[in-house]
Design a protein around this ligand. Sequence first.
Ligand code: BGC
Length: 683
Amino acid sequence: MKRSLSVVVLLLAALVSQAQILVTREDRERAEALVSHMSLQEKCALITGQDDGFHTAAFERLGIPSVRMADGPQGVRNKTNSTYYPCGISLAASFNREIAHGVGTGIGWDASARGVRIMLCPGVNIYRSPLCGRNFEYYGEDPYLSSETAVQYIRGIQEQRVIATIKHFALNNQEYDRHWTSSIADERTINEIYFPSFRKAVEEARVGAVMTSYNPVNGSHAAENGWLIGHLRRWGHEGIVMSDWTSTYTTLGCLLGGLDLEMPKGYVMNYEAVSELVKNGTVSESVIDEKCCHILQTFAAYGLLDKPMKDESIPENNPASREKAYAAALEGPVLLKNEGILPIKASKKNNIIVLGPNADCIPYGGGSGRMDPIEGTTTTLYQGLAALGKKYSTTLMDWREIDEAALKKATAVIVAVGFNHDTEKEGADRSYSLPKGQNKLISRVASINPNVIVVANSGGEFDVNPWIGSVKALIMAWYGGQEGGRALAAIISGAVSPSGRLPFTFWGSEAKNPAARYYHAALPEVNKVKKNRDPFPNTQYSEGIFLGYRGVERFGVKPMFPFGYGLTYGSFEYSGGSVEQLPYGLKVSFTVKNTSKVTASEVAQVYVSKVDSKIPRPARELKGYEKVTLGKGESKTVSVTLTPNDFSSYSASSHDWVVTPGEYRIIVGDSSASVKIDLPVKL
Ligand code: BGC
């Protein structure tokens, strides 16, 4: 008995250690010993980026190597060509933890193969407005979905002995004036909406590094914001806190605010500036020692002080990585509309035309999330369709020179539109409308041929009103990476049923979004103070916790497509529904049955709702989900465990999460607007 217990304990320990790399006492002592042999000048070199701005300093005499970093999040960037995975919003849309873990694993392999040991990803800033130029990198509007996706992605990377860097901490939800506009939000909103992904990454994935954001948070720049960074340490972060690239402003602020590593170089934490403050007694050298320890103890924990950086056993062009990219590309796309046109069945009569700016390229969002795929590994949408063979006869048409006669004869027309690296990117916010000319293109094609399927690349919602009523289908394809075209072809042909779900609310109108008023309100203020940044212009988060679907009931606005929504080629029935009391929570079980003739995947979503809440709370909040793939007629019992945390809300007066006793409803549905099973519970 004793023996089997110790076997179980050992097995558990092995599992935990596989999923998390922890800083041990030995790592800490080793870091302290190394720091005790360093001069102040060497310490200042260690806490600032070196060389090309993507390396840390090397100290040969101490056996400390330079550690190479690279962006993320769609693959390994910076001076290399690498596997191009689907973007962040696509991973969130998969509602599949395994997919997020798989992409993390692939990126971990690719980084190891190149000697990169710090990956600057994932990005988890919450989708507040469709206009944010970096939504495509992030995981949508819901803190639970975002956290679950981030934890798995980080674990995947870090299991390969590569440090993941969660970014951008925090409230970097717009690109417009990102260096100066201060995000102003209350404590409850920050804790319920904007912190959870970072907190779970620290607590459940032991993320090795956190990158601060460009913007000030409640009036103080993130890299110098002791209140903000203090939270990371309270959650147990023992790793590195690094700045975003050129987001540091004062030496004292960075030294005392808790930043460990200034990137890409020592603008403010350089030896000259730091030594002056140490010499005149303003800052104790122990403050710099602590930063060095955070860096070195993390390197020690990841074996970077002992093992080679490069894993020669992994090929740079890795078929296993490509498989992960393909699996993810299959599960991201969300089918929003389908009036009987999809899937296109194999037939000799098929005469498919594909056209549009994104039909024969690999669309991607711009900025540091952009990367270079390995030559010969990419498949465009047109190439993917063409590879389906004779029964899917597909022609690529030049969208600038439409051949009306040919269009008329087509059995289906696929119009590939959306944004790209020029129109949706880091450093700028984007328009709500599709880029110039695209609405006209869709409307014109739809006026010639009624069988139009729109495939759109974007990081979020855009205006579909000009044509949504005149097309037969709409697929949100995000940025699918190198395998995006292959995966879309598999979905369009019905080889695979679409299974992605919206990771944000698709309002169908810019103004319906509860945050829109405040997001835009900052703009005149920003312009007013453009020449004088003291005080900062503010962007108010006045919608508070009622962001996205949380605002539907609160503000009485109905979205065009709700959060969690997405069509499949199958149909499902929910039945049963029970709640079992466990020592540490509640086990919610129900059965999902595929009532259709095709294999398809359902995303069963579990929401918690407080009945008659005395404090304002969203009508429901996502607290669990499972994706189940079922063959024709097949059914499966799904169980989701809810813990007391899942019923709690943040109390600004006690500065903590509290569980209010009383009545709750557990709602199971296939989107945030559906009720398939409704279970009352009392806490
Ligand atoms: C971005 C970061 C990125 C860094 C390095 C910055 O502009 O905001 O996300 O990791 O550049 O490329």
